[in-house]
Design a protein around this ligand. Structure first.
Ligand code: GLN
Ligand code: ZN
Length: 760
């Protein structure tokens, strides 16, 4: 029996981040457009070859993008906002970069398109902007020529396109109209594109509709039927791909749509296989997404083999196998990791290895295993046994400690109303206290010192001395500016998550584990592989040193458990909740140690708090419960007179305000300036009881904020929140700014505060 294999998508940045380098060189004017196009072409060819070498039946075309695959589609359909002043047929690569970044080597700069997270991933796409009179026109050249390239290389091609409903859903109407109303205009363009692909000899097109894993309004559900009925006659086979979650209430709809196949994410929703098997019409294939496209662990092929045996029996060759989603979300190739030990490495699979898992699973399912594959299957089994029993993963003391957590550990001693008095007694802060979010400029000198230290050319003592000097400078600046509650500036931290991960047990770091975040930007998430514990204090020395330099209160600065979890690859052998609480316990000890060392204002950053929300509303309550508990487990060890701050970046608070209040932080600072204080409405409506520092200026912009503007913003804030409970601070950390920007900006902020105090 021959089962078909494919991948929904593949990383495009290159194992050595070649695409990043080429893009940045092109933007800097150091690479010609031809050379950039050539770099793209070579990467595509290499990545298709990897798919072929792994033994996949198709290579996937259409997942490549110089910036973002959704932006590719916007251009392919002529969706170019008027401010770029370019007709669809005139758009070129620089129009594309202009839309992505606001500027390009040629063309007139204009405000870049909005960027936002792709579902619950850390990948950011460019939001299509639809005008009320939006028309669509097909500009398929780029895609068609990529198809041509793949065909010329002798590949069997499957094309991937984001489907029409997900494309509309992920976009934004500019003005007061429903973007779903654009569907009738959009569908003919999709149909034309499918026709053109058919003309080129493409037999399968994968239409990604991950929104079928969301709670959809009735009108959108109905639109699926309309849309796919209309696309039905296009002479290609259509594979409808759903991932990042289960179909749930959309299951009946999805199995019935007039397409030729359905892809399911059986990593996120293994329980749906049975139902789909029972309901899938006999003419459809089922693509089983069983290899985890969102994490870096090796699959358990033996158990997958068992899980799929019934599907195999019932579907025969109508069963296809694939990763659960595009492999865009995992690093490229584990083989490069020469500094991970062999044991850890044997537990992992990156994109390239995941392709092998797909073909290996097919071989084991269909019984045609070669000698080499038998060995690979055995290695897979051994790795699982080693991982299940490893002492490096399972730390009885950590597990016992977590089991012994009792509800009292989640409670501060007194309620906020009493705590705040104990805090004010010693803090003696003025009305509208000023502070900052933590980091100060990461100067070229700081980066160089860190590089030299890592390279071994700067010894530890010299490195520490250099960082201490930076900290001292930062404190002096804040004192001169007249800020009330100081920070040390985080000079010693390369990254707010990595810094802690490197000091915790249970974490590993890769050298090349880059994952595209947006455009040319990549992140390298740490790997949490085992029970997490804290061998020793992580921040205390730095904070104590900083406090010794000033009489003003110094904030201790920690990254919270949810953010540590959310921005890492997390072990999949226990619930995320358990891992999160282990981190929380480690951080709890840090809070206790900071406090014992005399640090009595402690900030626990949780910028990723909201990001962790599940895609389906029905799952929110469960997440929020353990998320809030984890934060409280970290914080509640603090004495009442110790002031706990938290910080969250730009996010909606309306639908999670109860959970925010349940965190029971004494002070929360939030990113608000871009929303004109509108984010405070949620706090106002809720009668949020604790203190709030709404950011008064946007740290992402190099512009110096105006005093009047900040005064006006704070007046607005004071209409919503009693002034006694308001703080004044920037939106977020200042590490990406230069001192020449930071000093005048903070001076203006302090001046605005002075004026505000006079008014009150
Ligand atoms: N304390 C961190 C900083 O100032 C917070 C960063 C963040 O919110 N992303 O850099
Ligand atoms: Zn922030």
């Amino acid at each position: 029996m021959k089962l078909t294999t494919h991948t929904l998508g593949y990383p495009r940045i290159g194992a050595q981040r070649e695409l990043k380098k080429a893009l940045e060189a092109y933007w800097a004017g150091e690479l010609t457009r031809e050379a950039l196009e050539q770099a793209g072409k070579e990467l595509r060819a290499r990545h298709w070859q990897e798919q072929k070498d792994a033994g996949l039946d198709f290579v996937t075309v259409g997942d490549f993008a110089f910036y973002d695959q959704i932006l590719n589609l916007s251009l392919a359909f002529g969706v170019i906002p008027p401010r770029f002043q370019t007709a669809p047929e005139q758009a070129d690569l620089d129009t594309y970069f202009c839309m992505a970044r606001g500027r390009a080597p040629t063309g007139t700069p204009a405000a870049a398109c909005e960027m936002t997270k792709w579902f619950d991933t850390n990948y950011h796409y460019l939001v299509p902007e639809f005008q009320s009179q939006q028309t669509f026109s097909l500009q398929p050249q780029r895609l068609l020529s990529e198809v041509q390239e793949a065909l010329a290389l002798g590949h069997q091609v499957k094309v991937v396109l984001t489907g029409p409903l997900t494309f509309l859903w992920q976009g934004k109407a500019q003005g007061d109209f429903d973007r779903l109303a654009l569907l009738p205009e959009l569908l003919p363009v999709y149909a034309q594109l499918l026709q053109k692909l058919a003309n080129q000899g493409v037999s399968w097109v994968q239409l990604d509709e991950p929104i079928l894993a969301l709670d959809l309004p009735q009108s959108w559900k109905q639109a699926f039927e309309t849309a796919y009925n209309q696309l039905q006659s296009a002479p290609v086979k259509k594979l409808l791909a759903v991932y990042f979650g289960g179909l749930e209430d959309n299951l009946g709809l999805a199995v019935q749509l007039p397409v030729d196949g359905l892809h399911l994410d059986l990593v996120r929703a293994p329980q749906e296989l049975q139902q789909v098997l029972d309901r899938l019409p006999a003419y459809k294939i089922l693509s089983a997404g069983v290899i985890d496209g969102r994490n870096i662990w090796r699959s358990d092929l033996e158990s997958l083999n068992q899980q799929l045996s019934e599907a195999l029996e019932r579907l025969g060759e109508r069963l296809w196998l694939a990763p659960s989603c595009s492999l865009l979300h995992v690093p490229h190739d584990l083989v490069q990791e020469d500094q991970l030990d062999n044991e850890l490495k044997s537990w992992m699979a990156f994109a390239r290895q995941k392709l092998d898992e797909v073909t290996l699973l097919v071989a084991s399912l269909s019984g045609g295993v070669t000698a080499e594959q038998r060995q690979a299957l055995e290695a897979n089994r051994q790795a699982r046994i080693s991982r299940n029993g490893s002492h490096r993963i399972h730390q009885p003391t950590v597990q016992q400690r977590l089991a012994a957590v009792d509800p009292a550990m989640l409670e501060r001693d007194a309620p906020y109303a009493e705590r705040i008095k104990a805090q004010q007694d010693w803090l003696k802060l003025p009305l509208f206290p000023t502070t900052s979010i933590g980091s100060f400029p990461q100067t070229p000198e700081i980066r160089k010192a860190r590089r030299d230290y890592k390279a071994g050319t700067l010894d530890e003592a010299a490195y520490r001395a250099a960082m201490q000097q930076e900290i001292a400078y930062c404190i002096r600046q804040q004192e001169q500016l007249g800020i009330d509650v100081l920070v040390h500036g985080e000079a010693e931290r390369n990254d707010m998550v990595e810094y802690f991960g490197e000091q915790l047990q249970g974490y590993a770091f890769t050298r090349f584990g880059w994952v595209q975040s947006y455009g040319s930007r990549c992140v390298k998430p740490p790997v949490i592989y085992g029970d997490v514990s804290r061998p020793q204090a992580m921040t205390v020395e730095w904070s104590v040193f900083a406090q010794s330099l000033t009489d003003r209160p110094m904030k201790g600065m920690l990254t919270g458990p949810l953010t540590c979890l959310q921005w890492a690859f997390v072990r999949d052998d226990q619930p995320r909740e358990t891992t999160c609480k282990q981190i929380a316990l480690a951080l709890r000890d840090e809070v206790r140690d900071l406090e014992a060392a005399g640090i009595r204002v402690i900030q626990i950053d949780e910028p990723a708090f909201r990001e962790g929300l599940p895609l389906r509303k029905a799952d929110w309550a469960a997440y929020l419960r353990w998320a809030v508990d984890s934060f409280r487990l970290t914080a509640a060890v603090a004495a009442d007179s110790t002031q706990i701050h938290t910080h969250m970046c730009y996010s909606e608070f309306n639908d999670i305000i109860q959970a925010i209040a349940d965190l029971d932080a004494d002070v929360i600072t939030i990113e608000t300036s871009r929303s004109n204080m509108e984010l405070l409405d949620a706090f106002e409506d809720f009668d949020y009881p604790n203190e709030i520092g709404p950011g008064v200026y946007d740290i992402h912009s190099p512009n110096i904020p105006e005093v009047d503007w900040m005064v006006a913003l704070m007046k607005k804030a004071a209409e919503k929140i009693p002034p006694q409970r308001l703080w004044v601070n920037p939106d977020c950390g200042l590490k990406t700014r230069r001192w020449e920007e930071v000093t005048p900006a903070l001076a203006a902020m302090v001046e605005a505060t002075r004026q505000l105090r006079q008014l009150n």
